[in-house]
Design a protein around this ligand. Structure first.
Ligand code: GDP
Ligand code: MG
Length: 435
């Protein structure tokens, strides 16, 4: 079983079903928050039911602090009542982390027998009966409560044989500290990308790929790594060429890319989903149709592998297509996903048909530098510690890179205007970035 790390793991089951034994086997003592231990902490007696409200108050507070610090946390309590699980889910939701349910739905005889083996204390058989009756009513409901994943054990053997593997959240690149070259929205502008890479000191060589196509292989200067802020595709003249270059570089460990809203939509289209063909998607589909058989499926898989955001350098650098508020850095929820792809929007649209945006950057007071793209600006734009490097290459502007940690900008001029944005984008020579 794969457990996302960080996440909140909620054990659910009657007394004697083996929750604490399971927790001890698979998790560190500091990761396990057990209601018994919290009861003992405040009353010197782990079975003192009078201490239960206080014990849970402390347990939930501790869970909240651990999730705030992005620590995997296991709640070891019966959790058979809806209200108990709701409190767990609320904490996970507050910190934008997934909650995982592990349900011990063992039969009464087994729970009672196991409970009687316990050297320390025995819960009355009646209590176990009550837990089982409550849980039996709940197993269907649990599916709809908001857990990311639910695992149900129906026998002790099942619980005993399971192996657990932790999966670090895919934003987790804190150990990488560059130097990086971050690249703004490319949108299929391969010639400008090649020109920018050359200007940044990358070597370029065209080599054959397995499907008969050709790919540009890059040689970075001085162990630098490329980081793309997403929107690799759509509108521009060579989306397949850009996808090949970025995929090849990522495979070679020379680059990483987050997913932009255009990359996400193309991925959904290639997966057979019904999406609105607009904003340059038709160009990408037409270009992909001219590639060898199998290319579309390859790229569907590649686009699907792109993370929504990345956190580098011990948390000092965050890369996300549409930016990211500090409380969402390194976190994993629907809200994080929507923010990374589309930014903070009001749900309403302006006179150009574009979503009305909330100015998250103006309110940003985080310590990490956030580099992003998504909305073209005439100049690379610093607002607090956020930097937008989408300078509208595909709309006739520039393709911009920023070097990290130096924070030097490098731009190349667009070779033409490949699409008309919904909102006029008319850079003048004065408004363009320095080279
Ligand atoms: P909890 O009340 O759900 O936390 O259950 P515990 O983990 O404390 O387990 C209750 C008793 O059952 C303990 O004495 C365990 O040693 C025993 N136990 C737990 N899991 C198993 C199992 O898989 N097989 C057997 N035979 N005993 C188990
Ligand atoms: Mg226990």
């Amino acid at each position: 079983m794969l457990i996302p790390d960080p996440s909140l793991v909620v054990l659910i089951g009657p007394s004697g079903s083996g929750k604490s034994t399971f927790a001890r086997k698979h998790f560190k003592p500091t990761e396990i928050l057990s209601s018994d231990a919290f009861r003992a902490m405040i009353s010197d007696d782990e079975s003192d039911q009078h201490a239960t409200p206080g014990a849970f108050e402390l347990l939930h507070l501790t869970a909240a602090k651990r999730l705030q610090y992005s620590r995997l946390t296991v709640i070891d309590a019966t959790n058979v009542k809806t209200e108990a699980r709701r409190q767990c889910l609320d904490v996970a939701r507050k910190y934008h982390l997934p909650a995982i349910a592990i349900v011990f739905q063992l039969d009464e005889a087994t729970c009672v027998a196991q409970n009687q083996q316990r050297p320390d204390r025995q819960v009355p058989d009646q209590a176990i009966k009550r837990h089982i009756a409550t849980l039996d009513q709940m197993v269907r409901q649990i599916q709809h409560e908001g857990f990311r994943e639910i695992r149900v054990f129906r026998t002790a053997a099942e619980a005993e044989t399971i192996t657990i593997k932790r999966q670090r959240h895919d934003s987790w690149k804190r150990h990488l500290n560059g130097p990086f070259d971050l690249i703004g929205d490319v949108h299929g502008c391969l010639p400008e990308l090649l020109e920018l890479l050359t200007k940044l000191g990358y070597g370029l060589e065209q080599i054959p790929e397995a499907d008969g196509g050709k790919v540009w292989e890059i040689t970075p200067p001085d162990q630098r790594q490329l980081l793309f802020v997403g929107d690799l595709v759509d509108r521009g003249p060579d989306t397949p060429g850009v996808l090949r270059l970025v995929r090849h570089a990522i495979r070679q460990g020379k680059a990483l890319s987050v997913r932009g809203n255009h990359d996400d939509k193309l991925q959904r289209k290639l997966s057979g989903r019904d999406v609105n063909i607009s904003s340059g998607l038709a160009d990408s589909l037409e270009q992909i149709s001219r590639e060898p058989i199998g290319f579309a499926e390859e790229m569907r898989g590649f686009l699907d592998s792109l993370p929504l955001h990345l956190v580098f350098d011990g948390g000092r650098l965050v890369v996300s297509h549409a930016g990211l508020k500090s409380e969402l850095h390194g976190r994993d929820s629907d809200r994080v996903r929507a923010f990374c792809l589309f930014g903070d929007t009001t749900g309403e649209y302006d006179q150009y048909g574009l979503p009305i945006r909330l100015n998250w950057a103006a309110d940003y007071h985080g310590s990490a530098t956030v580099v992003y793209g998504h909305v073209p600006t005439y100049q690379p734009q610093w607002v607090n510690k956020t930097l937008c490097i989408d300078t509208g290459c595909v709309f006739g502007g520039w393709l911009t890179a920023v070097r990290y940690p130096e924070m030097e900008m490098v731009s190349v001029r667009s070779h033409g205007k490949f699409a008309d944005p919904k909102k006029p984008f008319m850079p003048t020579e004065e408004s363009l970035p320095p080279t």
